[in-house]
Design a protein around this ligand. Structure first.
Ligand SMILES: Cc1cc2nc3c(=O)[nH]c(=O)nc-3n(C[C@H](O)[C@H](O)[C@H](O)COP(=O)(O)O)c2cc1C
Length: 154
């Protein structure tokens, strides 16, 4: 897969996202440290932009199963590491400051905050997420959350 991708895109424009410990949709690995450790090490040779791991259950608990070791997985990748799952501003800042992550990806907070970057920069309050519109299939909940400017002007 990566071989095919680097045939058409520069490796520095490709990121790899893996969910080693998540069993969402009943997808699980019996030995994730071995399977994903090997995959990450192989991927490391491609010079990708980043490795991105979902830490825990996708969009759920950050708890890891016994034997899971994110640091050990990350250590098998030579490039940048992007962390994800359940991060807020403080946790993200602490992870980057501690060198545990180079970048942090936000999911739900980005859906409910079109100007998330600006809000995080200013340490401003975030819009509350409406869980009911997450998988609705329509525009509602994806195009109508207010920006900070709209909130402040109101
Ligand atoms: C509406 C929605 C759809 C998502 N779809 C996918 C998906 O197709 N594949 C995937 O790996 N993760 C998917 N995710 C998970 C997110 O990419 C992300 O890993 C997760 O929300 C945890 O990050 P967060 O705590 O910042 O939201 C989805 C999340 C949401 C809220």
């Amino acid at each position: 897969m990566l071989e095919a991708l680097v045939g058409v895109l520069p490796p520095g424009r490709i990121g790899l996202r893996l969910s080693p410990f998540s069993n969402v949709n009943d997808v699980a690995d019996s030995d994730p440290m071995a399977t994903f450790g090997y995959a990450i090490e192989r991927a490391s040779d491609f010079g990708l932009a980043y490795l991105h791991l979902v830490e825990g259950q996708t969009s759920g608990s950050r708890d890891l199963p016994p034997g899971a070791d994110l640091k050990a997985l990350r250590a098998r990748f030579k490039g940048a590491y992007m962390a994800n799952n359940g991060y807020d501003r403080d946790l993200a800042l602490r992870a980057v400051e501690a060198g545990v992550a180079d970048l942090v990806a936000f999911g739900k907070a980005f859906i409910s905050n079109p100007d998330l970057v600006e809000r995080l920069r200013r340490d401003a309050a975030l819009n509350e997420l409406d869980q009911d519109t997450l998988y609705g299939g329509g525009a509602k909940g994806y195009t109508d959350y207010p920006t900070l400017r709209t909130v402040e002007a109101a």
